[in-house]
Each structure stands twice: as structure tokens, then as C-alpha cells.
Design a protein around this ligand. Structure first.
Ligand code: NAP
Length: 284
């Protein structure tokens, strides 16, 4: 691979997992130049500059700012949080990436992405995958399980893991955002061909077991009630809509689904076994 920069979107990192920030750090650490796409010229952008990243300022939904950011780039990491505008951002990114002739675009998606998936946002992720595939930019979709970070937000300062998941034996596929980013960085660095869909789960366990490790009780709450109170913690109606459907879907699946398994993909691209929930907590 020549020494052109890799474009990393979401590079400032946000409240959901900070995967773009982690990919940026991992690539820079490996000596790979990064063009970090950020929305605001703030303290996070200054930190990225200090780490050695080139900064591209813009909005992923605005083609006039994305086109210059992909200029001279062959590989990119695309992430957009669970909020309104994901399909707009994907279409803009796909068109710009096609113009620039990208050969690999690693995009964050969700484990159950499908046209008939159980949440509106998972269905949008499936559409996003189709758009990226049709742009012929070497799209690799990271279909990730629920981030450990998400359970942290669900608890907030309440001291209880209250979710509409039914029985404590309901199974959750989980992963550390650091492992999603680790795979993203590995896929962006390798010269080898990569499958276009990578399923990523680092640990599969019941919600009861997860609550024990998190040191709080698990309590089932009604989905409508959860939805009413979750906005104060997640602060985004699209995220709350997605999660309300997601938890309800997991409750209906109950003791597990064929997708709920730890794959060897994380170890292949990060060089380490998946981070467990216990390890995640000890690193905080
Ligand atoms: N959370 C989960 O449990 C979970 C599970 C599976 C998959 N996922 C997937 O993970 C992805 C999100 O993860 P993440 O860790 O990257 O999220 P994140 O930590 O919230 O970071 C999102 C980044 O995108 C930037 N951004 C937001 N809107 C933008 C815009 N219009 N233009 C340019 N940049 C914009 C944010 O910048 P600002 O901070 O400046 O706004 C932030 O830096 C989604 O695809 C989601 O479906 C999440």
C-alpha cells in the first residue's frame, strides 16, 4: 500500500463507542497516515492534530465537504452514529468514495442487518450496506453486536440494569467498541482480500450474567416505560426507537440465535482474543 492517508470518519469519537477515534489512534500508532474527518474544530480535533492526524472538517451529509476529504485516498473507515441522517450520510459518502476510486471502505453496521430486521435502524443499515456495495468501493461491513458501552449508558447513575428483556436468561451478543475499531484498523491495514461482511461478537452471555459482572441487579421493565425514560440517558429519539425494538427482539429470541456466537474474526484482525466484559470494566 502506498503512503496515502486513510480517511477516518467519526474521528473525534462520540458517546456511542468512539470507534473512529480508536481507529485513528490505532492507524497512527502503526505508522499509517490518517486524514481525520471531524464535524467541529474543537479540543478533540486539536488532540487528533497533536497525535499527527491531518484534519478534514465537514458534515458527512454534505457532499461539498466530503468530496475534498476523499481526494487522494484509497481506503476509508465510515461510521455514523445511531441518529437521524444515516442514509443521507451513507449516500453522500458512497458517491464521493466512488468519485475518488476507493479500493476499500470499512463501514460499521449491526449484527442483525437485514431488509426484514427487527428494528428500523437495522433495516436502514441493510440499505446502507446495499448503497456502499453498489458504489464498488470495496465495502467491508462490520456487523457488530451490542457495545459493552451501551450497557453502561443503560445503567447511567441508576444503579440498576433495567431493560425490556424479559427473563434474566435472555441472551445478548456483546462486544467492546475497541474490538470493533481493532478489526476496522486491521482490515484497513491488510493487503489481503477481506470478506465483504464480518460478523463481530466478542462475548455472548445472558443479561443476568452481564448485570452480575457490572455489579448491578437486572430488572425487567415494560418496553413503553423504558422508551419513555431512556431519552434522558440516550438523548436521541432514533437511538431510543432502535433500542426499544432491539431489546424487545432479544427478549423474543430468548436463549439465543445462530448469529449469537463469538467469531474468530476479532482475533484474526486484532491479534488478541476478544475483550471480555470483565476486561472492559477493568480497563475503564
Ligand atoms: N452502540 C451500540 O451498541 C452499537 C452496536 C452495534 C453497532 N453499532 C454501530 O456503531 C456505529 C456508531 O459507533 P461509533 O462508536 O462510531 O459512534 P460515536 O462514538 O457516537 O461516534 C460518532 C462520530 O460521528 C460524528 N458525527 C456525527 N454526525 C456527523 C455528521 N453529520 N458529520 C460528520 N461526523 C458526524 C460524531 O461527531 P460529533 O461528536 O462531533 O457529533 C462522532 O465523532 C453505528 O453505525 C451503530 O449502528 C453500535
Amino acid at each position: 500500500m502506498a503512503n496515502e492517508p486513510i480517511l477516518v470518519t467519526g474521528a473525534a469519537g462520540g458517546s456511542q463507542g468512539g470507534t473512529g477515534r480508536r481507529v485513528t489512534e490505532s492507524l497512527l500508532h502503526a505508522g499509517v497516515p490518517v486524514r481525520a474527518f471531524v464535524r467541529h474544530d474543537d479540543a478533540r480535533a486539536a488532540e487528533l492534530k497533536d497525535l499527527g492526524a491531518e484534519i478534514a472538517l465537514g458534515d458527512l451529509r454534505e457532499i461539498s465537504t466530503v468530496l475534498p476529504a476523499v481526494e487522494g485516498v484509497r481506503r476509508a473507515y465510515f461510521t455514523y452514529p445511531v441518529t437521524a441522517g444515516m442514509l443521507d450520510a451513507t449516500a453522500v459518502f458512497a458517491a464521493a468514495a466512488r468519485e475518488a476510486g476507493l479500493e476499500r471502505a470499512v463501514a460499521v453496521s449491526q449484527l442483525g442487518s437485514a431488509h426484514n430486521a427487527g428494528t428500523p435502524h437495522m433495516r436502514r443499515h441493510w440499505v446502507a450496506e446495499q448503497v456502499l456495495d453498489r458504489a464498488e468501493i470495496g465495502a467491508v461491513h462490520l456487523r457488530a453486536a451490542v457495545f459493552f458501552e451501551n450497557l453502561r449508558v443503560a445503567i447511567g447513575d441508576s444503579g440498576v440494569l433495567a431493560l425490556p428483556l424479559g427473563s434474566p436468561d435472555t441472551v445478548l451478543p456483546l462486544i467492546a467498541a475497541a474490538d470493533v475499531a481493532g478489526v476496522g484498523s486491521g482490515v484497513l491495514r491488510t493487503a489481503e482480500p477481506v470478506d465483504s461482511v464480518l460478523w463481530l461478537a466478542g462475548e455472548v452471555m445472558t443479561v443476568g450474567a452481564a448485570a452480575d459482572i457490572l455489579g448491578v441487579p437486572y430488572v425487567h421493565v415494560d418496553a413503553d416505560e423504558w422508551s419513555r425514560t431512556a431519552l434522558t440517558r440516550y438523548r436521541d429519539p432514533v437511538a431510543v426507537e432502535h433500542l426499544t425494538h432491539l431489546w424487545t427482539m432479544f427478549a423474543a429470541i430468548g436463549s439465543g440465535h445462530e448469529l449469537f456466537r463469538v467469531t474468530e474474526t476479532i482475533e484474526r484482525y486484532t491479534g488478541s482474543a476478544p475483550i471480555t466484559l470483565r476486561e472492559f470494566l477493568s480497563r475503564e
